[in-house]
Design a binder for this molecule. Structure first.
Ligand code: BJW
Length: 251
């Protein structure tokens, strides 16, 4: 794939690759929801600028202070509950309708891809709208906003935790296996709104590239992935993705 300078030309080049592909993988991160008002983690205004991940997003933090961890999640759930899918999420739903085999792999826990209507979604880091009971080993949907009890408990009386993958925890085996398979098989991987700093998610585009698939990045900023990327579309997801999908449709 060549690298034209002008963004409109770059979008056309990306659209040609997507149109020619049967299997496409999309990897999204917090940036895809930034245009819905959901804070990212590492950029300006990002969550990790104001909060320490080791205080809030590790199993040790939860063991130490479940009240604090749940207060933080309750605050985030309130923010996400008022957010709506943006034009970027919606463009990815449309892309799924065009491409014969599209897998959307997301690191986001906000559920906005599903809310937009994406069907084939792999949630690598879990979902903020589910709670897990470590005692029973059960997972349940919980959409109460704000929570009536902090920290919340299971009907068995045990403390529940967010069904989210924290630092030092493994991504669920089935999710990472399905994501690796989709990445390896993809002729094109579209990477949207991730700093590509967190593993194993950050390694997925490498799997596509190693099998000679093309990696296209949509992000206003260059990232750890940009050197590996065949084509970079610099801009916001909500701005670039609708243009990209319109170009794929145009033939
Ligand atoms: C826009 C935009 C717009 C802005 N449009 N774009 C080396 C190799 C392998 C692993 C490791 C390693 N070193 C350390 C590890 C372990 C660790 C890790 O990767 N650490 C790194 C920080 C170095 N990984 C783990 O612990 C993972 N588990 C694991 O590896 O298991 C094996 C193991 C077991 C036991 C011990 C050790 C290993 C699990 C990681 C789970 C991460 N979970 C989090 C928090 C969840 C909490 C929650 O949400 O409540 O998930 S961390 C946080 O980062 C969150 C995100 O999903 C994840 C990725 O962030 P993302 O999406 O990239 O967001 P940002 O903010 O970083 O970037 C936003 C981007 O958007 C930017 O580029 C902007 O420019 C862009 N943007 N506006 C488009 N409008």
């Amino acid at each position: 794939m060549t690298g034209p300078d002008h963004i409109a030309e770059r979008i056309e080049t990306a659209a040609d690759a997507l149109r020619a592909a049967t299997r496409v993988a999309v990897l999204t991160g917090a940036g895809v929801s930034a245009d819905s008002g959901v804070p990212t983690f590492r950029g300006p205004g990002g969550l990790w600028r104001n909060f320490r991940p080791e205080d809030l997003a590790t199993p040790e933090a939860f063991e130490r202070d479940p009240q604090l961890v749940w207060e933080w999640y309750d605050w985030r759930r309130q923010k996400i509950a008022s957010a709506k899918p943006n034009a970027g999420h919606i463009a990815l739903v449309e892309l799924e309708e065009i491409v014969p085999d599209l897998t959307l792999i997301t690191q986001n826990v906000d559920g906005l891809h599903e809310a937009a209507g994406s069907k084939h979604v792999i949630e690598l880091h879990g979902c903020i709208w589910r709670v897990r009971c470590p005692a029973e080993g059960t997972v349940a949907e919980n959409r109460q906003v704000p929570l009536s009890e902090i920290p919340p408990h299971c009907r068995c009386g045990s403390l529940v935790r967010p069904d989210i993958v924290w630092f030092g925890e493994s991504v669920p085996g089935e999710a990472i296996a399905a994501a690796c398979h989709a990445a390896e098989e993809a002729e094109v991987m579209l990477v949207v709104g991730t700093s590509a700093l967190v593993y194993p998610a950050a390694a997925l585009p490498l799997l596509t590239s190693q099998r000679d698939g093309a990696v296209i990045e949509v992000n206003p900023e260059p990232t750890m992935l940009s050197e590996l990327t065949h084509l970079g579309l610099r801009g916001r997801g909500a701005e670039i993705l609708p243009q990209l999908v319109a170009a794929v449709r145009r033939e």
